[in-house]
Every structure is written in structure tokens, then in C-alpha cells.
Ligand binder design. Structure first.
Ligand SMILES: CC(=O)N[C@H]1[C@@H](OP(=O)(O)OP(=O)(O)OC[C@H]2O[C@@H](n3ccc(=O)[nH]c3=O)[C@H](O)[C@@H]2O)O[C@H](CO)[C@@H](O)[C@@H]1O
Ligand SMILES: C=C(OP(=O)(O)O)C(=O)O
Length: 438
């Protein structure tokens, strides 16, 4: 089993470049199969396990997919099969995002029902409600969800009970090829939604209002391949912002987009972290003494749940009591137990965690419980006394490119090793890595 070993105490300084956003690239790659003619070239794609998984899902459906030099080329002009088996959905829930495009193009899609996961139960009822409103029939049974329509989907008015990111994306993709107009109300406003809408529009689609709470989609008869560059990853950027803050360092996070990070910037400033918006990114300077603060996770533009565990690591080092309230996922505190192994003092009360800082963090062997928890434990290790060993790196590899390598380049004493203790350098150049990452 591979581990990341970090010895705390080093201040991090220098520049780091943010990759394309995982949560933008996955829906964009699935949207590319809406095109019945022409190739799509998707640029600035991060070399992540999740990208390999979605590429495999598409290949399995008979699309032609090629991934090289951070560009994914998709040719979906062949007739596609319309099923994504459990093997993929188990690895990555975002595989359900093929439902909308397949249903719109072929009138049929079948995907293994995603189960619960470490952060909550994560149902897809809102996705299905949207498809039904557009005239599809939904059948759930034997571990699968199957959606079917008689002929073309019909544009409809869909109100989402909560602004689900995945439901907004799936319904937007389905509506792109539907007959007539679809209006999605109370939809998600995340920057990744805007990126997907831009991609669909470049394919010949007619989507307006992405980034607001109402999206209007005028369905078209056919979409074509196009070229698109993915937006920078705001969660990776936020993670490096915390790395600067927790080590009292000075890091320029290149490519970070401040408009995507307003809530994170504001909370870091409350903790006395200095944030400078520069031409090519965001510079973050950690203070000698961190102040406590409170956060409540919310849909965008509220504080992102995907930054909750990294902020928890930072709050452990602040002087005073901080409170985190998680409202997006019902069970996203699995990392609390792991932090406790590092001498963290905190208490879970319902949907909140009360953190009594500053804690004298101690190095320990800890297991990543999800993708962001993996990063958060490594961040805590940067500050802890002695060596922290983080296992279950499959979570980290879903969403961070060369995380240990990037931290080492900034001055961290960190190494990724295999079972024998030999250093592991991920060769992140080609699809050949797929087996290794899984
Ligand atoms: C690949 C990707 O982009 N993943 C992101 C996406 O996940 P994802 O798209 O799965 O998250 P959603 O916005 O859909 O989920 C938000 C909440 O809505 C609930 N819900 C969702 C759909 C549904 O049909 N019914 C329902 O009840 C979920 O259980 C959850 O409690 O947004 C989350 C919230 O910002 C992020 O943490 C994930 O990193
Ligand atoms: C929860 C996350 O991703 P996913 O929805 O792909 O599990 C995340 O990126 O933190």
C-alpha cells in the first residue's frame, strides 16, 4: 500500500500552478457524447484517476477517446451503446452524468445505481425528476436505473428542491437536444455549471442563464464536436491557499480565479491570512498567529463543502474556538477521527464540529476517508510535530495531480513511497497510467 510521509515544520514558499478543474472536466467529457458529428478537443484536462475512469466509461460505450498532453479528444459519431456498468459508477459517482446525454441522443440510458458513499447517501432523485418532466420513463430495479423516452425528449419546466450540481448538469445536457424550451429553476450556480454551459453552446447548443438560479435551454436537433479549455480547479487552488496559511508561508497560486473563491478568501482573511490578487493568480501569506472563525458549507456562492476538511486542518491551528457546520452532505465528518489521531481537540454536535485550537498536532499514521480528507490530513501533517503517514491514497489520486510533488517543490519535507518504502514518482503522461492509478 502506498503512503505519503510528511514531516511537519517547513514553511512553504514559491509558485504553484493550478490544474483544470476535476468537477468541470467530468461533465464536459460526458457532454461531448451529445455530438453526433465532429470531434471534440478538451484542453487543460488534469491527469487524474477520475478522468481515466470517465474516459473508460465512454470507450466502453464505443466512443473514440484519446488522452494526451492534457487534451482529451472525443469522437462520438459512431453509434454508442447506452449502458454504464457498476464497475465504473462504484469508482466514480460522476459516471451517472452519462444519463442525460445518452437519453437525449438515443432515448435510452442504463446506469448502475450509485450507492451511498463516505460523505453521505447521495441520491439522484432530482436528476430523474428532471428527465421525467421531459417525458422520460424511469425504472429502478436490480441495482440499475434505466431511463427511456418515446422519441425526442420534450422541453419542460423543472424546479429543483435543492440546487444539485449533478442534477443541473444532467438535465441541462438532456435539454440541449430536447424539442422546445427547458427552464431549470433553483439550479446550481457553481462555476463548473457555467463551464459546461459554455461547452454546450460551442457545440451548437442554446443555453442561457448558467451561473444564475434559472437556466433556460432551447433544444436543438443536432450538436457537433468543438474545442474547449477547462476552467482552473478552485478546490485545488483553495487547498494550496490553506497550505500557505498553515505553514506561515508565501505562495503564489497561479491560474487561481478569485471570483470562484470569494467565500474561501473571505474566511481566510477573517483568520488573518493575507490574500493578494495578482495578475496571474492569488498570493497567500500565512500569519504568525491564526485567528479562529466559523464556516457553514452551502451551495455556491456559499462556502464549498469540498474545502471543509482542509479548513478544519487550518482551524486546528487557530488560537480559539472555531465551528464548522456542514449542510450540503449529511456525513462529511469521517476525517474527524483521523485528525483526533493527530491530537486534534474537537467535538461533533449534530451537523457541526467544534474545534478547540490551537492543538499541538502530532504526526501519526492516518487513513484518507475521502478525496478532500486526504489533502486535509497532509495539510495537517505539514504543521504536525514529527512524521505523518497518510494511507488510502486512491482517494487523493481521484482529484489531485502530483500533490506530494507540488508540495515538495514548495519546500515541504514530503515523499510518496510504495510498500517497500521506495519513492514513487507518478508518470502522469499517458493513458498507460490507468492501471497504476487504479
Ligand atoms: C463531480 C462533482 O462535480 N462533484 C461535486 C458535486 O457533487 P454532486 O453533483 O453529487 O452534488 P449535488 O450538488 O448533487 O449534491 C448536493 C446535495 O444534494 C443532494 N441530492 C443531490 C441530487 C439528488 O438528486 N438528490 C439529492 O438529494 C445530495 O445528497 C447532497 O446532499 O457537487 C458537490 C456539492 O458542491 C461537490 O461536493 C462534489 O465535489
Ligand atoms: C466529493 C467530491 O467529488 P465527487 O462528487 O466526485 O465524489 C469532491 O471533489 O470533493
Amino acid at each position: 500500500m502506498e503512503k505519503i510521509i510528511v514531516r511537519g515544520g517547513n514553511q512553504l514558499n514559491g509558485n504553484v500552478k493550478v490544474e483544470g478543474a476535476k468537477n468541470a472536466v467530468l461533465p464536459v467529457i460526458t457532454a461531448s457524447i451529445l455530438a453526433s458529428k465532429g470531434n471534440s478537443a478538451i484542453h487543460d484536462v488534469p491527469v487524474l484517476a477520475d478522468v481515466y475512469t470517465i474516459n473508460e466509461v465512454l470507450r466502453n460505450m464505443n466512443a473514440n477517446v484519446h488522452f494526451e498532453n492534457n487534451t482529451v479528444h472525443v469522437d462520438a459519431s459512431n453509434p454508442l451503446t447506452t449502458e454504464a456498468p457498476f464497475e465504473y459508477v462504484r469508482k466514480m459517482r460522476a459516471s451517472v452524468l452519462v444519463l442525460g446525454p445518452l437519453l437525449a441522443r438515443y432515448g435510452h440510458a442504463k446506469v448502475a445505481m450509485p450507492g451511498g458513499c463516505a460523505i453521505g447517501s447521495r441520491p439522484i432523485d432530482l436528476h430523474l425528476k428532471g428527465f421525467e418532466a421531459m417525458g422520460a420513463h424511469v425504472h429502478v430495479g436490480n441495482g440499475f436505473v434505466e431511463v427511456e423516452s418515446n422519441g425526442r425528449l420534450k422541453g419542460a419546466k423543472v424546479y429543483l428542491d435543492m440546487p444539485s450540481v449533478g442534477a443541473t448538469e444532467n438535465i441541462m445536457m438532456a435539454a440541449a437536444l430536447a424539442e422546445g424550451k427547458t427552464i431549470i429553476e433553483n439550479c446550481a450556480k457553481e462555476p463548473e455549471i457555467v463551464d459546461l454551459a459554455n461547452f454546450i453552446n460551442k457545440m451548437g447548443g442554446k443555453v442561457v442563464g448558467a451561473g444564475t438560479e434559472t437556466i433556460r435551454i432551447e433544444g436543438v436537433e443536432e450538436l457537433h464536436g468543438t474545442e474547449h479549455a477547462i476552467i482552473p480547479d478552485r478546490v485545488e487552488a483553495g487547498t494550496f491557499m490553506v497550505a500557505a496559511a498553515i505553514t506561515g508561508g508565501n505562495i503564489l497560486i497561479e491560474n487561481a480565479v478569485s471570483e470562484h473563491l470569494r467565500s474561501v478568501i473571505s474566511k481566510l482573511q477573517e483568520m488573518d491570512v493575507t490574500i493578494l490578487e495578482e495578475n496571474n493568480g492569488i498570493r497567500v501569506l500565512g500569519p504568525d498567529i491564526l485567528k479562529p472563525t466559523d464556516i457553514k458549507t452551502l451551495p455556491h456562492p456559499g462556502f464549498p463543502t469540498d474545502m471543509q476538511s482542509q479548513m478544519m486542518a487550518l482551524m486546528l491551528c487557530a488560537y480559539g474556538t472555531s465551528v464548522i457546520t456542514e449542510t450540503v452532505f449529511e456525513n462529511r465528518f469521517m476525517h474527524v477521527e483521523e485528525f483526533r489521531r493527530m491530537n486534534a481537540k474537537m467535538k461533533i454536535e449534530g451537523r457541526s464540529v467544534i474545534i478547540e485550537g490551537p492543538c499541538e498536532l502530532q504526526g501519526a499514521e492516518v487513513a484518507a476517508t475521502d478525496l478532500r480528507a486526504a489533502a486535509a490530513l497532509i495539510l495537517a501533517g505539514l504543521r504536525a510535530d514529527g512524521f505523518t503517514r497518510v494511507t488510502e491514497l486512491k482517494h487523493l489520486d481521484r482529484g489531485y495531480v502530483e500533490f506530494a510533488g507540488k508540495l515538495a517543490a514548495l519546500g515541504a519535507d514530503i515523499e510518496r513511497v510504495n510498500e517497500e518504502g521506495d519513492p514513487v514518482k507518478l508518470n502522469v503522461q499517458s493513458d498507460g497510467l490507468h492501471a497504476e492509478l487504479n
